[in-house]
Design a protein around this ligand. Structure first.
Ligand SMILES: Nc1ncnc2c1ncn2[C@@H]1O[C@H](COP(=O)(O)OP(=O)(O)OP(=O)(O)O)[C@@H](O)[C@H]1O
Length: 598
């Protein structure tokens, strides 16, 4: 039934290995800190899953079943992880809930430890999402959320946080309720050493307070698991990993969940109710105190009064209906499902899955400088599946077509068309009288000019919803002032400093000034000076407002990044060097992280 690709690993125990009464049959999964096998329990005559503590970065397989630690400097981390693995097994063995992985028994041997669990048949949410044509419907997600939150409630009541909720830790059984897998205790113990955040945390799902730097100031609690759960749902709808909380804290570019839901409705016709959307959006608040404080709060906000009908025999495929695409073979990697690009909100509902050719063409014309890699999907109906070669998330950097350079949304580059027309005039210049050509050019320019003015007049009245999402909430400019948005544009992204070729401070970055709505400033009109005007009196000197660094001078070490982020959101601060540098540094880190993740 479950055609999930089987993993392999050089250090995995081979089939036939005996561990007491258990006989290893196959490798089911490999995590950074453990290997999970299908095994047969000869005593109870049933299949089980056995997880072996095996942090591959610290240890390898010696002859036989034993592990050896690669270097004496790793011994301490290895032992800390081992102790946590055993603690986790002991903890899980205490609980008994159909949606929380059950531990039958555990033991230490071979310089490692093992835990025996029920063998669940099915696949993880992460694997399942790759076989869905569209985002799952609300009812399906509610079943998932009911199960996970019920398991969480048990943990929280036992004074335990999960701290590791992610799509690969939610297991969808072929028949039965979704199950929350391991707590990642070994990872937390080992990663607490020198391994850095990426090793300790699943950064796309971990809330701010789980970072060591912030945990002293922002306490962890049930709200921390609820953030991760909200991120799982956000990622599930977008078919993409959510932005790490640390990046959001610097500049929140995550598309707000209500907007994601609206996009899914428009692109796929799938509706999500208001309580559902609001509850998930609340979970995703960066500040812990703005999230539901407990599972009970969350369940109430969602309006989940009772368990969904038929939960015990929940068949996740059946419940998805047409959305589910059965893998053709056990090695199938998934269907070519588009990532939800919440920036393409202007798509009409009548074009499900489609990013129109015109729009893509327009986008390509605007984004042509974006690493030179913006594909023109002129003939495609479906955005391509995520590809390893594709620079990730570059779409977030691409501003809406139709707002810059005289282009209108959904209309492929009027500016391009007009320049094309001008070129046409030149090409036919030998056949038509020169005067006609010139008159045509003037008329074309006048037309473009008047269109531009009309667009400019309309711009302030356009609702944000009818626009492509930029998800960058820049501070409002002072009235009458041209606002310079320092969004990292294609040119800035390809800047030598961003590519690691020169230190950022040594290279001047181009900072194209753009006004909200991205209508370019009109060319300066010729002014007939009739009379020398008296020079205006110089403005009275005003005390410059404190920069983010001064404003945050008294903030503590851990609170300082957040303080600077807040200061940078204030009107007029976007251009402050501290804000610009801050933003670029984090964009750069994100870019590098994503490139390395490929
Ligand atoms: N009880 C089980 N029954 C069937 N498959 C399982 C079971 N437990 C784990 N798996 C499979 O093994 C994979 C790895 O398991 P698990 O997430 O517990 O490992 P891990 O080392 O803790 O990984 P990570 O810490 O990176 O999440 C899972 O994604 C799942 O596919």
């Amino acid at each position: 039934m479950s055609a999930v690709p089987r993993p392999s690993h050089a250090d995995a125990l081979p089939p036939g290995t005996r561990l007491g009464e258990f006989e290893v049959q196959a490798l089911l999964g490999v995590g950074g800190f453990g290997m999970v096998y299908q095994a047969f329990d000869h005593s109870l005559q049933r299949c089980v899953a056995i997880k072996e503590y095996m942090p591959a970065s610290l240890a390898g397989r010696a002859d036989g079943h034993s592990l050896w630690v690669r270097s004496s400097s790793n011994e301490q981390s290895f032992q800390a992880g081992l102790a946590s693995f055993v603690d986790e097994a002991r903890l899980l063995a205490r609980f008994d809930h159909p949606s929380l992985v059950k531990v039958f028994r555990f033991w230490e041997a071979n310089h490692t430890a093992y835990m025996v669990m029920p063998l669940y048949r099915g696949m993880t949410l992460k694997q399942a999402r790759a076989h869905m044509r569209t985002p799952p419907p609300e009812a399906w997600l509610r079943t998932l959320l009911w199960s996970v939150t019920s398991a969480l409630r048990v943990l929280h009541d036992g004074q335990t946080l999960h701290r590791d909720i992610s799509p690969d830790n939610i297991f969808l059984q072929d028949h039965g309720p979704p199950v929350l897998l391991d707590l990642g205790a070994a990872r937390h113990a080992i990663g607490g050493g020198s391994h850095g955040h990426a090793a300790v945390l699943k950064v796309h799902y971990a809330p701010l307070e789980q970072y060591a730097d912030a945990s002293a100031e922002l306490g962890q609690g049930p709200w921390s698991d609820l953030y991760a759960l909200g991120a799982v749902v956000h990622g599930c709808l977008c078919n993409d990993t959510p932005l790490p909380a640390t990046l959001r804290a610097v500049r929140d570019r995550m598309v707000p969940f209500p907007r994601v839901a609206r996009t899914v409705r428009r692109q796929f016709g799938i509706e999500y109710s208001r309580p559902f959307v609001e509850a998930i959006a609340q979970c995703l608040a960066l500040q812990p105190q703005e999230r539901p404080q407990s599972v009970a709060d969350f369940v109430q906000a969602m309006g989940m009064a009772e368990a969904p009908a038929g939960l015990e025999s929940f068949d996740f495929r059946d419940a998805l209906g047409d959305i589910w695409v059965e893998p053709q073979s056990k090695d199938a990697q998934g269907v070519a499902v588009p990532m939800i690009d919440a920036m393409t909100l202007s798509q009409p509902q009548s074009a499900p899955l489609a990013v129109s050719a015109a729009q893509r063409a327009g986008e390509a014309s605007t984004a042509v400088a974006d690493a030179g890699a913006a594909p023109a999907f002129a003939d495609t109906q479906v955005a391509p599946p995520p590809s390893r070669e594709r620079p990730p998330r570059r779409r977030h950097r691409v501003r809406a077509q139709g707002r810059g350079h005289g282009t209108a949304a959904g209309q492929p580059g009027k500016a391009d068309i007009s320049s094309g027309a001008a070129a046409q005039v030149h090409r036919t210049g030998g056949q038509a009288p020169m005067m006609w050509a010139m008159a045509g050019s003037v008329a074309a320019m006048a037309l473009v000019g008047s269109l531009w003015w009309m667009q400019r007049e309309r711009a302030p009245h356009r609702t944000p919803e009818s626009e492509i999402i930029t998800e960058l909430a820049e501070p409002a400019p002072p009235p009458g002032l041209m606002r310079a948005t320092h969004e990292v544009t294609a040119s800035a992204l390809l800047h030598p400093a961003d590519m690691g070729l020169a230190p950022a401070a040594e290279v001047a970055r181009p900072m194209p000034a753009r006004r909200e709505g991205e209508i370019p400033a009109p060319p300066p009109a010729p002014v007939a000076v009739q009379q020398a005007m008296p020079a205006p009196a110089p403005p009275a000197p005003r005390a410059a407002p404190p920069g983010p660094d001064e404003a945050c001078a008294s903030a503590g070490f851990f609170a300082r990044p957040m303080c600077i982020h807040r200061e940078c959101q204030k009107a007029g601060m976007a251009r402050h060097p501290v804000c610009v540098e801050n933003r670029l540094r984090h964009e750069e880190q994100e870019l590098q992280r994503q490139l390395y993740a490929q």
